[in-house]
Write a protein that binds this ligand. Structure first.
Ligand SMILES: [Zn+2]
Length: 299
């Protein structure tokens, strides 16, 4: 018994030594700065996150503030929000108009550079990224801010921006060609008014359920109006939005016999798309494909 006790004590001492060294090496690794520490970047909502990922790629540590499945216009920040942002070097958001809650927390932030990537005039539509070149202008803001914050990676950011610009040129041409010859040019969207910059750019007209940011107030009057409009124009499809309850589009489709097709605002993201890192251009191609289907465009 006594021998077993001694062995136990020796074992415990050995374990203690291992822990001690482990603890010590961990401590020294944390205290000595790595040769190059990646920028810690936090993005408000998915579109900014997706664009920052294009430009920052492996050179940054990127996270998203508004969780997947959450509508970003009316996000309610908590003390945890401020802590999360404060731990980052850079905070990218869309704009004060698109995300009014940002204004409320900016004053409480220190040691973090907050960058408005899509600044607009008060009366302009906040969904700037809903045209390919609007998204490019946001990507340029992001590249400039990353280059200032970490000049050692500037060439990486500029190279990624160049690549993105090429993708945008191609995307714009696809939209122009893809929406040039369509049977219908009216888009009825059972969601908020997010697609106006897109429909304006490519010569379509848009009827949406609510304004540029409201959600929840879907009046019977508005639904009836959309049903009447679809019948009048003999349209073939109604477009939906991910976070709007599907019953509304279902009601309209049942009343009119049209197809239901989704459009993606990209500001909000479902969990599955977030996990599979769907890119900005992939989302826009889904939008183009569904518009072509619903408006019966020639390929
Ligand atoms: Zn929106």
């Amino acid at each position: 018994m006594k021998k077993l006790g001694t062995v136990l004590i020796i074992l415990l001492l050995l374990l203690g030594t291992v822990w001690y060294f482990k603890g010590n090496s961990f401590f020294s690794a944390a205290s000595s700065k790595a040769p190059h520490e990646k920028l810690h970047v936090i993005a408000s909502s998915y579109v900014v996150y997706a664009l920052a990922r294009e430009i920052g790629a492996d050179a940054i540590e990127l996270s998203m503030l508004v969780p997947p499945g959450t509508e970003p216009h009316h996000f309610e920040p908590t003390p945890g929000t401020i802590i999360a942002i404060s731990e980052a070097d850079l905070f990218f958001y869309v704009s004060g108009q698109a995300e009014p809650w940002v204004k409320d927390i900016l004053g409480g932030l220190s040691d973090v550079t907050a960058v408005e990537t899509a600044a607009i005039e008060p009366d302009e539509d906040p969904h700037v990224w809903m045209t390919p070149y609007g998204a490019l202008s946001m990507a340029k803001q992001i590249a400039a801010a990353l280059s200032t914050a970490d000049p050692s990676q500037k060439s990486v950011y500029q190279q990624n921006l160049k690549q993105f610009e090429k993708q945008i040129d191609r995307l714009h041409m696809e939209f122009e060609k893809g929406l040039s010859a369509c049977k219908y040019r009216d888009v009825v969207h059972v969601g908020h008014l997010a697609f106006k910059p897109l429909t304006d750019t490519y010569g379509l007209s848009l009827q949406a359920l609510t304004g540029t940011s409201e959600q929840g107030e879907h009046s019977v009057y508005k639904i009836t109006g959309l049903v009447r409009f679809i019948r009048q124009k003999k349209l073939a499809a109604v477009f939906t939005e991910e976070l709007v309850p599907p019953e509304l589009a279902n009601t309209i489709a049942q009343e009119t016999g049209v197809r239901i097709l989704p459009l993606y605002t990209i500001e909000e993201v479902g969990k599955a798309d977030f996990d599979s890192a769907v890119t900005y251009t992939e989302y826009m191609r889904r939008n183009l494909h569904n518009l072509q289907e619903g408006l019966q465009c020639q390929a």
